[in-house]
Design a protein around this ligand. Structure first.
Ligand code: DQA
Length: 149
């Protein structure tokens, strides 16, 4: 029997545990559970098995990324503010070495200059930003295609 190739880790970084308390104009006013529920429905429609993880600890996030090759076939990553400065998290994603799509709810290209920088440049198949919740659906579709699901 061949190993499953439809497991997609959906990772959220720092401050996503309080998503519903953050600026609704930028982030939509949803809680992380509501966001994950929607992502889970889309994943199911595409035949993907989502695995959710969030932490505010950079060390835990790196540890999770190190093990990605064993736990998942692809990853949707929204590392929040770490995206813009944590070279350690960029290096850790490279260790996991599974196809990755970077997502941001807000339009990071048209906010402060520091948000235009991403430590995931060159490591991800695509970067989707400014599409709110729908960005995750696009990311899942890309990964389903890439994994041949
Ligand atoms: C974010 C954008 C980041 O710049 C910010 O620090 C976040 C959320 C987004 O989803 O739009 O925490 O990743």
């Amino acid at each position: 029997m061949s190993a499953a190739t439809n497991r997609v880790a959906v990772l959220h970084g720092v401050n996503f545990d309080v998503l519903e308390k953050r600026d609704p104009d930028l982030y939509g006013g949803l809680s992380l559970s509501e966001l994950e529920y929607r992502i889970g429905s889309w994943a199911g429609e595409l035949g993907l098995e989502p695995i959710f993880f969030q932490t505010n600890s950079e060390a835990e996030f790196c540890g999770y990324l190190h093990r990605l090759g064993e736990t998942a076939d692809g990853v949707v990553i929204n590392a929040g503010a770490w995206t813009h400065y944590s070279r350690a998290i960029g290096d850790a994603l490279a260790v996991g070495a599974v196809p990755a799509v970077e997502v941001h709810l807000s339009d990071v290209e048209n906010r402060e200059d520091w948000r235009k920088v991403s430590v995931f440049d060159g490591l991800v198949e695509a970067k989707i930003s400014g599409q709110g919740l729908d960005g995750y659906q696009g990311a899942l579709k890309l990964l389903a295609d890439r994994l041949g699901v």
